[in-house]
Design a protein around this ligand. Structure first.
Ligand code: NAD
Length: 253
């Protein structure tokens, strides 16, 4: 798929990886629908995308975990832009904690609220956006591309029972949707980043960040633009579907 003039929805599109992908795709002429919870940052990203070369960029306030908000957002994007050609399911949150922890005689556990919040945004949000966008693409008779942002944590990361489950679910459903949607000319693939320099990771404790960086074979964190580059490859390569690209500096080797 050539990116020029293509309409692409990016969730979590005003910060970190989402913003980087937005600017990268804008510079290649894509028309962007940026979806997030933060109105101020969305407006700022729309301005940056227009400056980067996007023919059109618009902001949509929407919580991807809420079914009625996702249905409304997708229908608004279709009304504003016409065809929808792409979706990047990028919005995500962390609510880390060990499932059971005993420290100094004190027992603590991962709360159901911590579990549910991450499942709602990182897994249900991906399902809702994919379902609505794929339905629109099929209805419009459009070929399209859906990219899911999973994580190396899908292999199982201590302190991330909620996040690992969601990201493993996203990787599994990437295969499900690649199989289900191929007949309509829709490709679905995923990227599993390692540790990338965004607000999500730079908020880690400095000692933990240093230890983690030392364990990466390439000895550095990834840059958001390196994820944007991989997303562009997926959009542009018409024979790529159903696979997860690990982009982790060798961390999982
Ligand atoms: P980030 O926290 O910097 O940005 C996430 C964006 O998603 C924010 O703009 C936030 O407002 C938005 N968002 C959160 N909940 C939302 C909701 N319910 N509805 C709509 N928007 C919502 O995170 P990031 O580091 O840029 O991560 C982006 C994606 O990449 C996430 O799915 C994350 O799990 C994944 N990931 C990140 C890393 C990393 O190292 N940064 C590694 C692996 C995977």
């Amino acid at each position: 798929m050539q990116l020029n003039d293509k309409v692409i929805i990016i969730t979590g599109g005003c910060q970190g990886l989402g913003r980087s992908m937005a600017e990268y795709l804008a510079a290649r002429g894509a028309r962007l629908a940026l979806v997030d919870l933060n109105a101020e940052k969305l407006d700022d990203t729309v301005t940056a995308c227009r400056a980067a070369g996007s023919g059109e960029a618009r902001a949509y306030l929407c919580n991807v975990a809420k079914e009625e908000e996702v249905i409304r957002m997708v229908s608004q994007v279709a009304g504003d832009f016409g065809a929808i050609n792409g979706l990047v399911n990028n919005a995500g949150i962390l609510r880390d904690g060990l499932t059971v922890k005993l420290k100094d005689g004190e027992l603590s556990t991962l709360s159901l609220a911590q579990w549910q919040a991450v499942i709602d945004v990182n897994l249900t949000g991906v399902f809702l956006c994919t379902r609505e966008v794929a339905a629109k693409m099929v209805e419009q008779g459009n070929h399209g591309v859906i990219i899911n942002i999973s994580s190396i944590s899908r292999a199982g990361n201590m302190g991330q029972a909620n996040y690992s489950a969601a990201k493993a679910g996203v990787a599994a459903d990437t295969v499900v949707w690649a199989k289900e949607l191929a007949r309509y000319g829709i490709r679905v693939a995923a990227i599993a980043p390692g540790f990338i320099e965004t607000e999500m990771t730079t908020s880690m404790r400095p000692e933990a960040l240093e230890k983690m960086t030392a364990s990466i074979p390439l000895k550095r964190m990834g840059k958001p633009v390196e994820i944007a580059h991989a997303a562009t490859f997926i959009f542009e390569n018409d024979y790529f579907t159903g696979r997860v690209i690990d982009l982790d500096g060798g961390l999982r080797l």
